[in-house]
Design a protein around this ligand. Sequence first.
Ligand SMILES: Cc1cc2nc3c(=O)[nH]c(=O)nc-3n(C[C@H](O)[C@H](O)[C@H](O)COP(=O)(O)OP(=O)(O)OC[C@H]3O[C@@H](n4cnc5c(N)ncnc54)[C@H](O)[C@@H]3O)c2cc1C
Length: 479
Amino acid sequence: MRVFILCVLSQHKVINMSTSQQKLSHAVVIGGSMAGLLAARALADYAARVTIIERDTQLGEAQPRKGVPQGHHIHALLKSGEQILNTFFPGFTAALIANGARQIDFAQDAVWFHHGGWKLRYTSGLHLVGQSRPLLESTVTQFLHKYPNITWKTGWAAQEPLTNPQNTRVTGVRIQHDDGTSEDMHAALVVDASGRGSKTPRWLESMGYAAPQETTVKIDLAYASRVYEIPADFHHRWVSLLVNAKAPDHLRGGYIFTNENNRWMVTLAGYSGTSMPDDDASFLEFARSLQVPDVYEAIKNAKPLTDIKVFRYPNEQRRHYEGLNRFPDGLIVIGDAFCSFDPVFGQGMTSSANQARILHKLLARMSPMELGFSQRFHKQVAGFLFVPWMMATSEDFRFPKTQGKMPFYYPIMHAYTAQIFKLSMTDPQVHLAFARVMNLIAPPTLLFSPLIVLKVIRSLLTRRETFAPTIEPRTLSVV
Ligand SMILES: Cc1cc2nc3c(=O)[nH]c(=O)nc-3n(C[C@H](O)[C@H](O)[C@H](O)COP(=O)(O)OP(=O)(O)OC[C@H]3O[C@@H](n4cnc5c(N)ncnc54)[C@H](O)[C@@H]3O)c2cc1C
């Protein structure tokens, strides 16, 4: 009997090892934006063939495209996202810079008016890259073209899943070309990276499963953006300028990033249904109405190179795939299709990169052909999402018109983080800790280290006015 059990166990192990080490025959990714591209990269190490199905046709060009309208607006890449891109594609940052991106020191070259004061300027050693969203996507695509097992089907849209007769496994996807032609594409794994408009909830219901529960936080945010030529007489006192809205009263923010080709991408943002500018005069007027005049001063005589593009973002949205007890194998959901954050926090692409990293790690241990792969993936992604979701939504709940179910502990967080924000205007250690947490390269517990807690208590007790009154750089350095 003992021998029999040992035999069964060892056989089981062999089966497990062979399935996880065997290459998948074919994986299909729906959507060729950041989440889809990075999922394809993760899969390329474990699948003989990966096909990206993308509705748009102009993929890989450093120009905004129809399926990614947010490409007209400012896109910050957090450090965690950049690090993952460099792991997936060694030399990524260098390639991005060679393509025109600008590397900056987050605390020295970016000036940031946040929570009613200017953040401290000093040399932090925390370097970020600044570029347009289309340039980032086209650089990722350049790297992906080096993978012979990844192919694109552009101009094709995923229509519905193909399943086994029992509906327990997704076995592929039916796709339709712009010209109306349909095709069935069979795959061992289908990855839904089709963004917020993902059809997976409906597909699940049509297959006899429950759709995931959704948490939404209604913020009624809108962006208005345009590209400017940098004026010849600009004094280059900063590379990026950020002026955040401040709850409860200041609903408006403004951002200037220096992108490739030495152009300014200027985005104005308004929360809680703020009406957005749509012509030259109202754009400048909006900029002038911000808490500090710096955005207005920078652009008032600058030459706009593009029209104003407006993007409305009604609500943050999180689909709780991790909570479903029944889920078909052969299908996973990734990126904005899973969770979409307030864009002001710049987390979406980095979240997609982290999810692709989770997929890559899971594929090293488990085959998508094994039962429960999808559910395990969704649970791990949900574990990752907790922190960025909390960081974005807790700040959004400071605005009185934000709607949704606020977790009971957010008011406590508000009180504590208000002190962190205040201290990061004068204290480089607190600033750097905050910047690392915000860039998702350190856990939020860093803000509760004994030293920082002590500084917060001292700041509360003394109630000293610590706002830095200027955007001029200091000679401090923590590198
Ligand atoms: C205004 C705005 C500003 C933002 N700013 C930032 C920022 O500063 N930093 C940051 O990290 N993130 C930002 N984001 C979020 C970021 O754009 C997304 O998180 C990121 O693009 C990843 O999304 P995704 O790939 O999951 O989906 P999407 O980018 O929405 O892409 C979905 C893709 O799927 C394709 N598609 C859809 N349906 C189908 C179908 N049926 N068949 C085939 N293809 C299909 C679409 O054409 C598209 O290419 C911002 C978002 C918005 C709206």
